[in-house]
Design a protein around this ligand. Structure first.
Ligand code: AKG
Ligand code: FE2
Length: 299
């Protein structure tokens, strides 16, 4: 029930009609300029720019890469494989692995794909139904919508800290109890928070197109997360511009987007990476919790 409240709160801002970019950025704790890196072209990135890219990525868990227009803008997206690893395919990938994120109206693609509609995409991590979710999600804006279509980001660490401070028992269950997420023929079972070598990664999704087997002990915890992440007060909200690519650490940040009008064109190109490249040592995934208390017994 509380979830519905939050969804309505997001919906009240439908199409961003009441949302003015400046107000949103002021409300966000991070200035979007701090995470934006302007370059000419990914294939021509300089060493200092590379360093800056990793520095922003590791510090903020996401980067907005702003490139100069290219005749084939997808070249910039595909060139990121050098830094972020092999492309991970999705059932709607084209030959290069790219998934178009655009409103396809009523088509077979939209029945289990929110990304192929103009609807709000509730906060999630990508590939939660995959045994190996992508480590990095890249989304390149080709055509922004005039109204709505805002990107939303929530830090997994904020969710974790919120639970630790207010719902410690529920957090404990989210670390110890696995749950199963299924979409189409794909299914994966894991705990919401998984610790590895002192760093925690989070997987989360809760919407109508996937099915989740939530054990009864986790019902309350799952609702608490749904409420927390879908509350605009806990989100960073910004609008991607054409030729900008947002790169997300899919283990440390959750993302979503607001709805946009049905009659407006909006197009993003999405590409998933596995994080294994000659630059892997420069990339840090997951977050280190402020308190290690709950990590006892984990590897
Ligand atoms: O449309 C967007 O901005 C986000 C879409 C998304 O999260 C996805 O395709 O997984
Ligand atoms: Fe996504």
């Amino acid at each position: 029930m509380m979830l519905t409240d939050n969804l309505q709160r997001v919906k009240r801002d439908e199409f961003g009609a009441n949302l003015n970019d400046k107000e949103i950025l002021e409300a966000s704790k991070i200035e979007i300029s701090q995470v934006t890196l302007k370059i000419s072209q990914v294939a021509k990135i300089s060493n200092p720019e590379q360093q800056k890219l990793f520095e922003i990525f590791n510090k903020f868990k996401f980067v907005i890469l702003e490139c100069e227009p290219l005749p084939n803008l997808q070249e910039n997206l595909l060139a990121l494989t050098k830094f972020f690893g092999s492309v991970k395919r999705h059932k709607r990938s084209d030959k290069n692995g790219i998934v178009p994120v655009e409103n396809l109206g009523y088509s077979p693609a939209t029945t289990d794909q929110i990304s192929a509609t103009n609807q709000m995409h509730p906060i999630h991590t990508d590939g939660s139904f995959d045994i190996e979710p992508p480590k990095i999600v890249a989304m390149q804006c080709e055509i922004p919508s005039k109204n709505g279509g805002f990107s939303q980001i929530v830090y997994a660490e904020s969710v974790y800290e919120y639970l630790r401070e207010n719902h410690l028992q529920e957090l404990d269950k989210l670390i110890t109890h696995p749950l199963t997420i299924t979409r189409g023929g794909q299914t994966a079972t894991r705990a919401t928070f998984v610790a590895q070598e002192g760093r925690i990664s989070m997987t989360f999704r809760a919407d109508s197109v996937i099915s989740i087997a939530i054990p009864p002990q986790l019902g309350k915890a799952y609702n608490i997360i749904k409420n927390y992440v879908n509350d605009p007060n806990n989100q960073l909200i910004f609008k991607l511009k054409a030729n900008q690519i947002v790169l997300l650490d899919n283990t440390s940040v959750l993302h979503g987007r607001t709805s946009f009008p049905n009659n407006e064109v909006r197009k993003l190109n999405r590409l998933w990476f596995d994080g294994i490249s000659e630059y892997s040592r420069h990339l840090q995934f997951g977050f280190i919790p402020k308190s290690k208390m709950l990590l006892c017994g984990q590897n």
